[in-house]
Design a protein around this ligand. Structure first.
Ligand code: SF4
Length: 408
């Protein structure tokens, strides 16, 4: 039943429609399509002469651990859903109608969170069309409160930080997220400076939580917001050291982690190969050369491109904070900040390498990388968790190291 739902959304959400056959990386590719119980029951009742047999053949019942959301799954052919037509459209939707799409397919790439009783919807940049809507808006992301006629089929996560039982640092969630987004969107600073200001803020929050001084948190947040606005922190980060060896070590480890993981996104593998070739990372022990290539590509291509198109990564980060309810996804405030910086840093390292390979960057290349790397992380959470494990084990989860990753 369709009902009126109060929702908080970034305004781009209303503009999204799937472009189907024109999509350069359909969501049916390389994805496990789980079928929920209600849809599975519907499929069993289908009488359509062409589809009855096809559904019987290509829908595989989950006998091992069936649940309401995972009663069966689609059979994949060459990593693609069996119902994907050669023109790139979903034949179930075309022939049987939208009502026959399983929850996974009908909600993607939307993500709905219920945050302190309010529905929030955003889009995952793992869909190329969503990535364009999120990242190509030069004015930055605006949010609005709307009343929508909607059927909420799936709530990705439910967050309740206002309950009386919540007495830990998470009770200030609304304030963290507001201040984090406000600082990320403050264009009086470069994007690097904004991330460094957030580093100081999250480091201080971490110390506050460790010392159990939770009552100080609202003042700390207010002070950083004010400092970012009045320019007090301009030039405060000029001393951050250049340590390309750390950036490149992470790059190399990333390649090793990638080689040990099953990664199905052809688009990400292309980006990864371009990055490695651009930085000369295929050859063992060529670190000096890789540093030179990184430096050259950073100065000649990445930095000038980002001076004009910095809004793309700003929008990516704002969407990340909103969609993931940052900082609640981390065990502590600083771990959450580290997760965000690692996403940013991995994107940057790939883009610098790709810029070296192609001797330039374009908005299409940035969309391709961000979309495909997000798809890889969303499909294979183990990959990003391995990266985080590496960061923690190497002792990099500190403010100085995060600053180095941001600055270089
Ligand atoms: S990835 Fe996005 S645009 Fe492409 S087919 Fe899926 S929903 Fe449509």
């Amino acid at each position: 039943m369709t009902t009126l739902v109060d929702m908080l959304i970034p305004e781009y959400v209303k503009k999204f429609t799937c472009i189907g056959g024109a999509c350069e990386d359909t969501c049916c590719s390389g994805w496990t399509v789980n079928i929920d119980e209600d849809t599975y029951k519907k499929y069993k009742k289908v009488k359509h002469p062409e589809f009855k047999a096809s559904l019987q053949q290509n829908v595989i019942k989950n006998n091992a651990n069936p649940s309401k959301s995972f009663a069966a799954k689609m059979k994949l052919e060459q990593s693609k859903c069996s119902f994907l037509s050669s023109e790139g459209w979903c034949s179930i939707q075309l022939k049987l109608g939208e009502d026959y799409l399983c929850t996974t397919c009908s909600v993607y790439p939307r993500r709905t969170n219920k945050v302190n009783g309010v529905m929030e919807q955003s889009l995952s940049v793992s869909c190329p069309e969503a990535a364009r809507l999120v990242m190509l808006n030069q004015e930055g992301i605006l949010f609005e409160q709307v009343q929508e006629k909607a059927v909420i089929k799936e709530i990705t996560s439910t967050v309740n930080t206002r309950s009386e039982t919540v007495s830990n640092w998470k009770q200030f969630f609304d304030e963290y997220r507001y201040v984090t987004i406000a600082i990320l969107q403050n264009r009086n600073h470069t994007l690097e400076e904004r991330l460094l200001i957030l580093g100081l803020l999250f480091n201080e929050l971490e110390e506050c939580v460790a010392a159990n001084k939770l009552a100080d948190i609202p003042d700390i947040l207010g002070n950083y917001l004010k400092c970012a606005e009045d320019g007090t922190l301009h030039g405060a980060f000029d001393h951050v050291a250049k340590r390309l060896d750390i950036q490149l070590r992470i790059c190399r480890e990333l390649v090793v982690v990638r080689l040990n993981q099953e990664i199905s996104s052809a688009r990400y593998l292309e980006c990864s190969r371009d990055m490695m070739s651009g930085l000369g990372l295929q050859q063992q022990g060529a670190d000096q050369q890789a540093e030179e290539k990184y430096n050259q590509a950073y100065e000649a291509y990445y930095e000038p491109f980002m001076r004009e198109h910095g809004y793309m990564l700003e929008n990516y980060l704002v969407n990340y904070v909103f969609k993931n309810c940052m900082p609640l996804e981390g065990a502590t405030p600083f771990e959450s900040y580290t997760r965000m910086i690692m996403h940013y840093s991995l994107i940057k390292v790939h883009l610098v390498g790709m810029a070296a390979h192609y001797e330039g960057l374009s908005t299409d290349a940035v969309i391709k990388l961000v979309q495909s790397i997000s798809k890889t992380f969303e499909h294979n959470t183990e990959y990003f968790e391995k990266v985080m494990q590496l960061v923690k084990e190497s002792g990099f989860m500190t403010l100085p190291y995060m600053s180095i990753l941001i600055k270089n």
